[in-house]
Design a protein around this ligand. Sequence first.
Ligand code: PMP
Length: 453
Amino acid sequence: LGRMTPHPDPRTGAAVKAADRAHVFHSWSAQALIDPLAVAGAEGSYFWDYDGKRYLDFTSGLVYTNIGYQHPKVVAAIQEQAARMTTFAPAFAVEARSEAARLIAERTPGDLDKIFFTNGGADAVEHAVRMARLHTGRPKVLSAYRSYHGGTQQAVNITGDPRRWASDGAAAGVVHFWAPFLYRSRFYAETEEQECARALEHLETTIAFEGPQTVAAVVLETIPGTAGIMVPPPGYLAGVREICDKYGIVFILDEVMAGFGRTGEWFAAGLFDVTPDLMTFAKGVNSGYVPLGGVAISGAIAETFAERPYPGGLTYSGHPLACAAAVATIEVMAEEGIVEHAARLGTEVVGPALRELAERHPSVGEVRGVGMFWALELVKDRETREPLVPYNAAGEANAPMAAFGAAAKAHGIWPFINMNRTHVVPPCNVTEAELKEGLAALDAALAVADEYV
Ligand code: PMP
């Protein structure tokens, strides 16, 4: 705790909290029912409050601090860029922007070599969808029920989870389908092979009934994140690629959460050897130090807008501060071997440790994941797979997960909790010792979840 800045002071913490409660309107929340922690500082895999209580961040913020907090090289790059040229409008060629685009394009699969910059993930999805509609001249977009694509109008319409319902009045042209998820199969499948084949058949049938000539794009998270880190069965994404090619549909992969090292690959598409036509990114691109997202664009789609203007843009597209942070982050990830580190620790430490926890804790129904991207599905009953809390959009009857969360915090980890799941998503450069400390805390918290089984 010696290096904490600013020094925690409970009086300052109380003032920060009071001003927050008086004036900050929080996302996705009933304003009167929340009690946000006042954070005094953060470094590496940890953050701490004004009482000096320190937490190991098993959430990486919102799954974005892929190189942890306050990496000195990235902080220095932001400071240097601020001193040199804090901002410049998007119509100009600016060193930080061109360099960031080059480094990203070098790492994206296939011919995704042109980069359109946005301020985050949702606007990246919005623009990818617009590009697909203009490229094909078709209106509809197909996306998965178990998905999250962002909080802006089009992105939330495409999102599958119930948070989209409030905005569905403006959802013209969005059609949802079921992507594979064997543990809670919609296809009565018993094996990964069945789940994969039936999910592909379902997608192709959906396209047939919607009319292929009306479908601009299929949008999928490479590995759906917020909805439960559901690694698709082998062959599924390659099958979607084939279906899209057959009907001239643009294949969009959303790598906002899965990209930039999270899965132990630069992009999760690399795990499945698929290349989409458009790929969205944000979060890990610069560890979220400055807002940045974007769309990586294939040669064919870039060609559509070679002679004809692309009708869309943002004032802060490719903001130099954000791009300087991206350049430094990508360099740090490459120099420090962070992608390989995440892959190795995922395979050698997290996977085996979580499977061992599942053997001892009756509340763990399933363990799934890869790299630094893992989910535990907590259940009342392993046989029936009844969730520890019922799926409930209003978040009612949440006591077991709240007790689990409180226990995790008491043992020093900040857990990611969504419905009946906890996700293990620490920074990709978390050390093995930190991981083991966090997994021991998770073990203790699961004992509390077991009491509700
Ligand atoms: N797509 C995916 C897959 C995401 O996980 C998220 C954010 N959790 C978004 C899009 C939206 O990104 P943002 O919050 O930066 O707009």
